[in-house]
Ligand binder design. Structure first.
Ligand code: SAM
Length: 283
């Protein structure tokens, strides 16, 4: 009886600076792959040379990703083991690969993550900002107007916001952060896992002053983390909310739904209105 080997696409994270961050599993998967799809084949070739691995490379970047799908699907159907890497960190995270993974998964192919370095996770893990909830917003728009609009749109979010930024735009982004969010706490994770790794915390204007005093602080790759807005303060005796809750409870609306509606209309945490609604119901 002949046995057909199932093809697998491994999505392999590579280091974001420190080569020791490549996992043993990632090295084995790369060494065993029939081919490696890479964002920049010359860049990946250097990593493979460092690891003593020689495998065929296929270029896969944002401009040819869609056209590679069928070729890679056929290779997987033939039972090959393929790997996808980007220049640094986890593929698909502000890097190519999404279209490929979506299409291959849609075609029923087996896709296996090989996790490892990711700049946003590394930055959050050491920044000292809340991580129970966060929003990753990738790269901000290049133009200041659009950038300020995006920053303003999320100004009331209570969770930590995370952005990727390049050295040639970091100052402009801090200026726009200052203009839109004022004295909000910002943490910059710079050159993570590399020789000049730095964490700088302060308001945007303090961080700009630090960069003015030391130009090196504006060099390298950045993860920008912005503290969330303080939770909206709601007076427990807020008359309007109380009246709304009472009216809804009298109409038979559930405590949960009434709290959700008031929290939507007046702001403030759902939990707070839920507690008040419970008290009112009991009374
Ligand atoms: N896929 C990558 C990941 O998993 O983090 C991200 C790729 S994205 C094209 C590159 C951006 O990630 C940089 O502009 C920077 O914002 C961030 N980044 C990557 N490596 C970094 C590092 N060592 N230190 C700080 N930020 C880094």
């Amino acid at each position: 009886m002949s046995e057909t080997k199932e093809g697998v696409l491994y999505v392999v994270a590579t280091p974001i600076g420190n080569l020791e961050d490549l996992s043993a599993r990632a090295a084995r998967v790369l060494a065993e792959a029939d081919a490696i799809a890479a964002e920049d084949t010359r860049h990946t070739q250097r990593l493979l040379r460092h690891l003593g691995i020689e495998r065929p490379l296929i270029s896969l970047h944002e401009h040819n990703e869609a056209s590679r799908v069928e070729q890679l699907r056929r290779r997987l159907a033939a039972g090959e083991s393929l790997a996808l890497v980007s220049d640094a960190g986890t593929p698909l995270i502000s890097d190519p690969g999404f279209v490929l993974v979506r299409e291959l998964r849609g075609a029923g192919c087996r896709i296996v993550p090989v996790p490892g370095a990711c700049a946003l996770v590394a930055a959050l893990s050491a920044a000292g900002l809340p991580t129970d909830r966060f929003t990753f917003e990738g790269f901000l728009p290049a133009k200041s107007g659009a950038r300020r609009r995006q920053l303003e749109t999320g100004a009331q979010r209570e969770e930590t916001r995370v952005f990727y930024e390049s050295p040639h735009r970091i100052r402009d982004t801090l200026v726009d952060l200052d203009a839109t969010l004022g004295a909000r706490q910002v943490v910059l994770g710079r050159e993570l896992t590399k020789t000049f790794e730095t964490f700088l915390a302060g308001t945007s204007s303090e961080l700009l002053a630090t960069m003015d005093a030391d130009a090196d602080q504006a060099r390298g790759e950045f993860v920008v983390m912005v503290a969330g807005a303080p939770p909206a303060q709601v007076d427990a005796d807020d008359a309007e909310g109380r009246a709304l809750l009472e009216a809804m409870l009298a109409e038979g609306v559930s405590v949960k739904s009434a709290a959700a509606v008031v929290s939507r209309v007046l702001g403030g945490g759902r939990k707070h209105w839920y507690q008040l609604a419970l008290t009112l119901k009991d009374a």
